[in-house]
Ligand binder design. Structure first.
Ligand code: CA
Length: 228
């Protein structure tokens, strides 16, 4: 999952980045509204952590832009203590949740996951499709109950496919989702090909159907209607 941290308190931003990075998230951060707008014009994020008090204005001002151009992003407001108005206005303007400073990083992580589950997985921590079952709390994938031995990247890739069934996912989108923004600059995406190939092989050898197809010149697609 890709997270953008918009927070001008550098120590807090660094702590969040380190913590979420250890949990396998791809994090980018910026300190001002201006930098945030630039990042949002270039990249997509699964989750945006938005501080309210920024040096060049109120973070709430970004919510309109986020809700029109980044509908799929989850937004968590980071608000100062006793700033009830900010929270209410933020939620009214489309933020998904808020967390009040100071907070424990584990709580922030739990909120990020809860919002993601609510919005992307219909509230469940288990994502199931036919013989495939993913436990997003345990990061476990099973095929007909058999546990797959997979890397965190392969798990994320399979979840990404399941959340985007029947949509063509470009190699660029997959690379950015799994490795971060600056993979856009890489000349080739052979590593995406390798990961998709390994994932398909692992699913097949556990007895699963091969739902993932190559869309020539575009990328990959998880086909939910595939027949054997
Ligand atoms: Ca601040």
């Amino acid at each position: 999952m890709k997270v953008l941290i918009i927070e001008d308190n550098q120590e807090l931003a660094r702590n969040i980045r380190d913590f979420l990075g250890r949990e396998g998230y791809i994090c980018a951060s910026c300190e001002t509204l201006e930098e945030a707008k630039e990042k949002l014009s270039l990249f997509k994020y699964d989750c945006i952590l938005l501080d309210i008090g920024l040096p060049d204005g109120n973070g709430i001002g970004l919510l309109n832009l986020i809700r029109t151009e980044h509908k799929d992003s989850n937004v968590l407001i980071i608000s100062a203590k006793n700033a009830l108005d900010d929270k209410i206005i933020g939620l009214e303007k489309g933020a998904d949740d808020y967390i009040t400073k100071p907070f424990h990083l584990a709580e922030l992580h739990a909120r990020i996951r809860a919002v993601y589950r609510r919005k992307n997985l219909g509230g469940a921590s288990i994502v199931e499709f036919n013989e495939i079952s993913l436990n997003t709390d345990m990061f476990e994938a099973r095929i007909n109950g058999t546990l797959l031995d997979m890397t965190p990247k392969e798990f994320d890739l399979l979840l990404y496919f399941l959340v985007n069934k029947n949509r063509v996912l470009s190699r660029q989108a997959i690379a950015a989702h799994l490795w971060g923004d600056y993979t856009d600059n890489l000349a080739n995406f052979d590593f995406v090909y390798q990961h998709v190939k390994n994932l398909r092989r692992k699913i097949s050898s556990a007895g699963g159907m091969d739902y993932i197809s190559t869309v020539y010149g575009l990328g990959y697609k998880f086909n939910s209607h595939k027949q054997e």
